[in-house]
Design a protein around this ligand. Structure first.
Ligand code: CA
Length: 231
């Protein structure tokens, strides 16, 4: 099914390139490797891959610069694969337009799941109007939410937040992105309002808000909603 999906890996560590090529090859992906940022940019333009995996620590260029250059002309999904563990770096990469990130070391299944999610979002012209996972169903057309078959009542802001997350199920949304999308460009510094609303939503849809099944916190970065069951 993935036979024709072409992934460009921009990464300077040879052993990691071989590992990724073998891992993704087994899943049916075709991989091209670039060992420098310059080579990566030129291959991205000439090959038009379906997805790019980008390491931030490259020998010739800052990985963030590679990301910015790619985003200046391309919507190709980009997943950061990096040793970076600083939350600020993750936030910066996502705010610069990366679709997701995976921190090394990672479980093989984690990378392939992120790739599937990013490809699905890049392909679907009209996003699915129904979110369904475990016992939660959100109808984005009718603006209704059901948990275990019972209707859940949210405030307007809570609904906007939950539907934004549901439309992006499986991907992390940074605090800044969520604040901007719901409260406008001047709200970016007000994390508290977001936390309060997210806590309220969790109380309404999570059986145990301390161990969420639907809304996961990416500490210091943002939130990620559980993927749709159907996909
Ligand atoms: Ca590197």
């Amino acid at each position: 099914m993935n036979a024709k999906v072409h992934i460009l890996l921009i990464e300077d560590e040879k052993s990691f390139c071989s590992y990724i090529t073998a891992l993704l090859g087994r899943s049916g992906y075709h991989i091209t490797t670039a060992m420098t940022g310059t080579e990566g940019l030129s291959l991205a333009a000439s090959l038009c891959p379906d997805l790019i995996l980008l390491d931030l620590g490259l020998p010739d260029m800052d990985g963030f610069l590679v990301l910015e250059e790619l985003r200046s002309w391309s919507h190709i999904p980009i997943i950061i694969v990096s040793v970076c563990s600083e939350e600020q770096e993750k936030v910066k990469a996502l705010d610069l337009g990366a679709d997701d990130y995976v921190t090394k070391p990672f479980y093989p299944g984690e990378l392939t799941a992120r790739i599937r999610t990013a490809l699905r979002h890049s392909r679907s012209q009209a996003p699915s109007q129904i979110y369904r996972a475990l016992n939660l169903e959100i109808d984005l057309d009718k603006r209704t939410i059901h948990l275990d078959g019972e209707q859940v009542h949210l405030t307007q802001i809570e609904y906007q937040l939950l539907s934004l997350l549901a439309e992006n199920a499986g991907r992390v949304l940074t605090y800044n992105t969520m604040l901007r999308r719901i409260w406008g460009p001047y709200a970016e510094t007000n994390n508290q309002i977001l936390r309060v609303n997210m806590a309220n939503i969790r109380r309404k849809i999570e059986k145990n808000p301390a161990q969420p099944q639907y809304l996961f916190t990416e500490v210091g970065v943002g939130y990620r909603m559980r993927e749709n069951d159907t996909e």
